[in-house]
Write a protein that binds this ligand. Structure first.
Ligand code: ASN
Ligand code: ZN
Length: 332
């Protein structure tokens, strides 16, 4: 049977109204994108096992922006996967999570009252819960970018998910997930350096994490100390998230897209940012060329300096900014 690429449209919970590439086969449209490695979105129908049901129907208009229409979360997921694909392709020349042209599956409505989202290498898929009372899906675009970046890290550096390497693994997902949010630049979700600011996981409207000042969450580390590796990886990540913010935007007060930041340094220094696009190139090159499964914070400093030397030259302004941003989070 012939399969055609079709141009659909969707309205997600968080992405608003967006175009979606779908496939048409025998009069049925599916949330499957054959222009991006056949990435697809399936409905888990509150189950936690099985492969779910591919979203398929006879019209090519998906979701209505409400949570109660279960397709809306699927629109977020499918669009988030597309934006992540395009970000990696157009920013780094990476052709999918494994750089082999193969797309991942997104699974929505995973479990019941499930307040998390996660990546799995086993299914080459990511799963999104529907949150508290099944009314707060975790389908924000920075979460999509975060989870799929776990797949990239697994396929490259393979940073072990514990200790300092685990913090670097988590930070890699926050950093590049945030870059996906900037790349998508959605009017419904003005990009920022906060993680999960729309999904209300805390129940009081606050973001899950803050890259400009990680300790604003009450738990994350702003800077390195000898015990940082014994924190949960979602808190030891703060050191690298803060490094990345400082490298991109610099220290002190700044407003971007209406979001106000005031990023401190641990050593009283002033850091001048090099911009997020250059910072992302440095991080990605370090991740894919220099980091290994056991890289710790000292190794991340060394690896990103090597990456900056490759890209911009040893002793360049960018190279010196990498050194200054690590020193500002007490990685010397
Ligand atoms: N959402 C979490 C994460 O991707 C799941 C986990 O703890 N691994 O970090
Ligand atoms: Zn993670």
């Amino acid at each position: 049977e012939q399969v055609q690429t079709a141009s659909g449209t969707g309205k997600g919970v968080f992405v608003g109204t967006v175009p979606l590439n779908t496939t048409l086969s025998s009069g049925t449209y599916s949330l499957k994108d054959d222009t991006r490695g056949n990435q697809s979105t399936v409905n888990m129908k509150n189950r936690t096992s099985g492969s779910g049901t591919l979203y398929s129907k006879t019209t090519n208009t998906w979701g209505d922006g409400t949570v109660s229409n279960g397709e809306s979360a699927a629109v977020d997921a499918q669009y988030g996967a597309a934006a992540t694909w395009d970000f990696y392709k157009n920013t780094f020349g990476r052709n999918g999570i494994k750089n082999n042209g193969v797309g991942a599956t997104s699974r929505v409505h995973y479990g019941s009252n499930y307040v998390n989202a996660f990546w799995s290498d086993t299914c080459f898929c990511m799963s999104y819960g529907d949150g508290a009372s099944n009314t707060h899906p975790l389908t924000e675009i920075d979460v999509a970018g975060h989870e799929m970046t776990h797949g990239v890290t697994s396929a490259t550096a393979g940073l072990n998910y514990s200790g300092e390497s685990g913090g670097l693994n988590e930070a890699t997902s926050d950093i590049l997930g945030t870059m996906v949010e900037f790349y998508a630049n959605l009017p419904t979700n003005p990009p920022n350096y906060w993680i999960g600011e729309l999904i209300n996981l805390n129940g009081n409207g606050t973001p899950l994490r803050y890259m400009d000042k990680p300790s604003k969450d009450g738990r994350s580390a702003d800077s390195w100390s000898s015990g940082v590796g014994s924190l949960d990886v979602h808190y030891s990540s703060g050191v690298a998230n803060h490094f990345f913010y400082l490298l991109s935007e610099g220290s002190g007060a700044k407003s971007i897209n209406g979001f106000s930041y005031n990023s401190p340094t641990s050593n009283g220094s002033t850091v001048t940012g090099i911009g997020r696009d250059k910072a992302a190139q440095v991080w990605y090159r370090a991740l894919t060329v220099y980091f290994t499964s056991t890289t710790n914070y000292a190794g991340a400093r060394t690896g990103t300096l090597k990456a900056a030397a490759d890209l911009y030259g040893a002793g360049s302004a960018e190279y010196n900014a990498v050194a200054a941003a690590w020193s500002a989070v007490n990685v010397n």
